[in-house]
Design a protein around this ligand. Sequence first.
Ligand SMILES: [Zn+2]
Length: 298
Amino acid sequence: MPTQRVSDDVHMIDTPYHGRTGVLGTYVVAGERVTVVDPGPASQVPSVIEALDRLGVEEVSTIALTHIHLDHAAGCWMMLERYPGAVVHCHPRGVDHMVDPSKIEDAAREAFGDKIEEYGEIRGIPKEKLKASVDRERLRLGGVELQVFYTPGHSFHSQSYYEPKGRVLFAGDAAGHTPENRGAVIPASPAPYNPVQAAESLNRMEALDPSVLCISHFGFHGGAVKWLRDFRRQVLLWERLASEGVEEDRTLTETYLTVLDADSEARKLVSTDPEAEGHVYSSLAGFVSYARWVKSRK
Ligand SMILES: [Zn+2]
């Protein structure tokens, strides 16, 4: 199980996702108490526990969720079986869905079909194990601190965590993803995605002046401020192209071609892997559905 050191207090576990590494990163913040950021779905949790064992971790005090999508959070019940003392932190709008994940499961099944079987068993967790986060809250974890910032856009229940000593920012899916781990960044934007909120959240993250950016799909990256700035520009570009596409009644393919033309990251992704086209399409669909919603309110 590849585990990599991110900073003095932070490690990344590269949990093999059905045999593939470089897909889902779980982060461990090890102060006197141990925090796990986004343990993943139940299919991944045994590997996360194995990696924690190897790191010598016996107890986990905190599970910090960047949001409650199933690929980040659905395995919390299994973490709690192994670490019954842990408390799960998430955005207040995610709490009820963590207790009863049926709506999130239905939405994921609608978007991804039977592929969600890959996540393993989906179960809720007891309400008393959950702690609704407060914006700007500081979690003191024994010599290490995590600051919570609401960063909606990717989802309404997205929040990021900042570790100020190592200047490490855990953004979950709010700072893009690198499909197939090919080094090209595009938005992670399933409907109901909100690019305007996403851009505001990126400003917020940039203002922290982080040094290292940890994203879930995938990896940890130096040059965090430049990443956030470039990514924000990309989000605003996609938003403009999606909105022009909707105004001018373009098909998704026509809008996709305008994105490929204007965005070198999308171009890089598709040129390294023609199959990655699907990732650009599905990310773009979230922008188009937002643009349609905006138009419907005019
Ligand atoms: Zn997500």
